[in-house]
Design a protein around this ligand. Structure first.
Ligand code: COA
Length: 162
């Protein structure tokens, strides 16, 4: 194994869910080092600011020693050049994810031929999960404790004065 291989798992993670953690855990068993790269998604209105999302993610992956958390702005392709790593991890939950992921993978490769996207499937119990759904359930008073890492649950409680 090439010990220099670094895989990057990009996303907005607003907030991180157990589905994201599942993908990170799988990637950490394949790659010597995984960087979770958190960014703004300008198509979305974020509930947690970038620093809060970075903090939540750092606390959530603190027990996985080959995982680091970073943030970036601008194009993912430019960030990959900056850190000199060209393997991108993405999760595929269902067929409905495929078209968007396919488009993004090919666009990233068009921007830089070195970029390879690797798709991992989360455990089927998380295939229905999304960050928006967590925010909706939390906002309407539903129980989402088992769907997010403990540090994320705590942040929600603080933010909503629960
Ligand atoms: N478990 C649970 N939820 C998951 C999941 C998993 N394994 N995988 C994805 N999701 C959810 C996410 O939480 C997100 O939920 P939401 O829409 O309710 O917020 C949704 O699925 C979509 O996730 P994703 O496609 O990862 O969107 P994102 O905003 O997290 O990430 C970026 C998209 C940030 C990677 C992409 O916009 C990007 O690269 N931006 C940088 C700018 C750039 O380079 N643009 C050109 C790209 S070609």
């Amino acid at each position: 194994m090439n010990n220099n291989i670094v895989a990057v798992y990009p996303g907005s993670f607003d907030p991180p869910t157990k589905g994201h953690l599942d993908i990170i855990s799988r990637a950490s068993k394949i790659f010597p080092k995984v960087i979770v790269a958190i960014t703004e998604n300008y198509n979305k209105h974020h509930m947690f600011n970038l620093q809060e999302r970075v903090d939540m993610m750092k606390e959530s992956v603190s027990n996985i020693k080959n995982v680091e958390v970073d943030s970036f702005s601008g194009l993912l392709a430019d960030y990959l050049v900056k850190i000199e790593s060209f393997f991108v991890i993405r999760g595929l939950r269902a067929l409905s994810d495929f078209e968007y992921e396919f488009q993004m993978a090919l666009m990233n490769r068009t921007l830089n031929q070195k970029i390879e996207t690797i798709f991992l499937m989360p455990d089927q119990i998380y295939t229905f999960l999304s960050s928006s759904m967590i925010k909706e359930i939390a906002g309407l008073g539903g129980d989402f404790k088992n769907l997010v890492p403990e540090p994320v649950y705590k942040r929600f409680k603080i933010k909503n004065n629960l």
